[in-house]
Write a protein that binds this ligand. Structure first.
Ligand SMILES: Cc1ncc(COP(=O)(O)O)c(C=O)c1O
Length: 472
């Protein structure tokens, strides 16, 4: 009898006035929390009943910037498909060819029967792309960060971890035997205080600073130059999780440190294939000995099956396209600047996002779920983010963009936000109307055409897209 069966029979017994003692006795208390999760007064039941539950919504068809949900076409403004390559015919063909040649799965870990020549080719290509000695693949980005930290940070070491790091870094610190010290988000004075104390108290401890290169909720870039200076001053290694940076920022999309021209100084850079590279998997790059050690010591690498052929071939093809079509990145930056300014001109708070991740602050939880639902009804899908991922009262619509979004789609997204934002009082009714901007045209495909644009939302484009290039 499953737990749900037991519960149902318990409910039936109660409704029939039977003695529930025996039924309750057979239900292990371990599962009390599971049943409480569905309590009528809880957030889950309330949002489900009101059809406002924003998670696990099935997509019935996916074309990249548009998709079918619940039989209706929506504009996708909530995916991490930054280069827009998931639906690219060349990428699909590469995946199909790999299945034809290698089959659908590797059925074993890299360590044993699961290494393909494709894996080696991809590792070489990534090491080259990132300007490092070696690369090692993992089957997800999550496993990459978890595995790298578990492998390199041991009992005598100390990890310094940004408080806003992704859950997989946190998980890595939990399973490693090292002492973990968390510093306040982006607060490098706090980090330095911890490093100084560690240097005094435990001078022989190995030290690792671990941070997201781009923070996944705020779209903010880590302060890489200062982090490197601190790492060098206190004899610590620096690890950057560039899940939202590789294929997005820096010259040719080489990530957060390359934005500052300092990739060669970073000890370990990790990335994922589930975002710009339209696939599934992850990797770490660094010096030869460090990466070879991780290859042999990371449990997530040794004890789990390797990346399937289609996923591996997809990433190789995406790397080709990234290198051959630099205009994709320019378009992505242009779109990001355009959307950030568009939201700000409408009166929304988008924090200090610097990348294609643009959070739009909504406020309390109820408004957040209703706002999300109203956007969906207006044909726009975004991600609703609630505490603990964000501070209480700072719920977000996490929006994110692809190089393939059309100008029309971008305007439809802004229009929907304008309408729903006014409806919920998140913006004042006197915010700029997006439709005023339509007349001027904007978010062109090339910078030269963008230079002709003269609307409140896009006047900035003359400078800011090239500002990114300068930073890159
Ligand atoms: C910063 C960051 N690191 C790692 C991951 C995990 O990547 P993957 O989806 O490949 O497991 C994510 C995924 O959302 C992420 O945002």
């Amino acid at each position: 009898m499953t737990q749900s069966d037991r519960r149902r029979s318990q409910e039936t017994a109660t409704s029939q006035g039977e003695d529930t003692e025996t039924a309750t006795e057979s239900a292990p208390s371990l599962f009390d929390k599971c049943h409480q999760f569905f309590d009528e007064s809880g957030d889950y039941a309330k949002t489900k009943d009101a059809d406002l539950y924003p998670y696990f919504r099935p997509i019935e068809r996916n074309e990249g910037t548009s998709a079918i949900m619940n039989g209706r076409e929506i504009i996708m403004a909530g995916s991490n498909n930054y280069l827009g390559l998931t639906a690219d015919p060349r990428v699909k063909e590469a995946a199909r060819d790999a299945v034809a040649k290698y089959g659908t799965g590797c059925t074993g870990s890299r360590f044993l029967n699961g290494t393909l020549d494709l894996h080696l080719r991809l590792e070489e290509r990534l090491a080259d792309f990132m300007g490092k000695d070696e690369a090692v693949l993992f089957s997800t980005g999550y496993m990459t960060n978890e595995g790298v930290i578990q492998a390199i940070a041991g009992r005598n070491d100390i990890i310094f971890s940004d408080k806003d790091n992704h859950a997989c870094i946190v998980q890595g610190t939990k399973i490693s035997l090292a002492d973990t010290q968390r510093y306040r988000h982006n607060d490098l004075e706090h980090l330095e205080k911890l490093l100084r104390r560690a240097q005094q108290d435990r001078p022989d401890a190995g030290k690792l600073i671990a941070t997201d290169g781009v923070f996944s909720m705020s779209g903010k870039i880590a302060r890489v130059p200062e982090l490197l200076d601190l790492a060098q001053q206190y004899d610590a290694a620096l690890m950057l999780d560039d899940a939202h940076a590789i294929g997005v920022i820096g010259p040719s999309g080489r990530g957060s440190a390359s934005t500052f021209g300092r990739s060669d100084e970073v000890d370990i850079i990790t990335g994922t294939f589930s975002k710009s590279f339209s696939s599934l998997g992850g990797f770490a790059v660094g010096d030869h000995d460090v990466i070879e050690f991780i290859r042999h010591e990371a449990s997530a690498h040794i004890f789990s099956a390797s990346m399937p052929p289609a996923n591996t071939a997809t990433v190789l093809k995406c790397l080709d396209i990234l290198e051959e079509e630099p205009e994709r990145l320019e378009r992505l930056w242009e779109i990001s600047d355009y959307m950030r300014d568009g939201f700000r001109n409408l009166g929304f708070d988008v924090w200090d996002s610097e990348t294609p991740i643009i959070p739009v602050v909504i406020g309390d939880m109820n408004t957040c779920f209703q706002f999300w639902r109203d956007l969906l009804d207006n044909g726009v899908f975004v991600n609703a983010v609630v505490p603990p991922a964000v501070p209480p009262g700072q719920t977000l619509m996490r929006t994110s963009y692809m190089a393939t979004h059309s100008n029309e789609e971008l305007d439809q997204i802004l229009d929907a936000f304008h309408k729903v934002g006014k409806q919920h009082g998140v913006i004042g009714s006197n915010g700029h109307s997006v439709s005023e901007h339509h007349a001027n045209g904007h978010a062109r495909n090339s910078r030269s055409s963008a230079e002709n644009v003269n609307s409140p939302a896009t006047g900035h484009m003359n400078g800011s897209a090239s500002g990114h290039s300068a930073a890159a």
